[in-house]
Design a protein around this ligand. Sequence first.
Ligand SMILES: [Zn+2]
Length: 384
Amino acid sequence: MSKKKASAYMIFVSEWQSRSGETNIDKAVKMAAKDWEALDDRAKEEYKLEAKIRNSGLRGRVLDILPPAQQEIKERIGKKEAGIDDATRMTMIEDFCSRPLDEIVNTDFYVVNFNVAVKTKQNAYIPIEVGIVKFSLKEGIQDSYHEFIDGGKTPIGHGYEVKEHMERVHKLPLYDISEYPVTEMAATETQEEHVASLENSIAAFNAFVQAERLPVPEGTDTKRKYVQPLFTLPDLDGLGLTQTSGCLKRMATEVEQVGFYENYEVLDLTYLMFCLYKRVVGKARPMALCMDDFYRVIHSYEPNTNCEYHDTTDTPHCALSRSYRFSYVFLDVLIPVFHIEVTPAHRPKPNPKVEECFLAPMEPRYQVASSSRSRINGRNWSEL
Ligand SMILES: [Zn+2]
């Protein structure tokens, strides 16, 4: 007997089963019919495409059956990703850190974090919240930007992951999976609205980020001469550089504006800290120590850094809050090193619950004996 072929409807039914809990396939096939009929044409097309992919044996090589416009986008993205690798990104940071100190302390940095609905089986990140903080060593934190991003409809086969991720991490009620594909909050109903909403998000993002462009080192295999740097942490717990970059890519491809993805380069904030420290002090501060500072604050709670929505929830995973806390840690470590005068813009706002937070147990991510004290809550500058 030959292998059974996937059909668009049966893929829908199996998803419907996982949502409804109906285990009897015959019943499910009948009961899901009404929901199937309610889907719009585009949603049905997606199931048909999914069936085509499964039957072609091309899983993981979807490129071959993409429409021509999508192929072109894929090629441009491939070129971008092949052109600048990790070593090049490190060189860009090192080059920056060799500039005159005067220039360094006045440079604006942008720390970016996203929350996603899910990372799909094809490694696409679906962004739903972004938080950006702008600061310089001299002036401290100057501005921030926060937005919920339209996630569109729940990607095929990911309903439960979305729900699980929402409940466990960011608590953003963007999808109501019991009424799939009805969406709430920032998510729109039609593909046209979805694209329009993402275009607005991209425009607002671009308007906020005015980072000084960094030159791409000579000899790098790319046509780009400059990129705008964005900073975030290395990958941990599914967050970090890969996710941030993946979110930019997703937004760019959804609206077919690859330039949005090409324009930015997401760089490692811990490596920037490492290089700046070395530049001024003359000796290296262990990378493990730089990472430890940042990762500890992921698990501490600072209400004054949350977006309005997350201020009402019990989670440390607000995208804006992460950007704020990373920025504060960065400043906390480097301000004394650069001998810069501390202003209120360099420190978190007073928090009535600070004692409570301070006493909350925090699990260390790494065992680094010399850094066991908290850096985010009130400390004495002379300690360093
Ligand atoms: Zn938030």
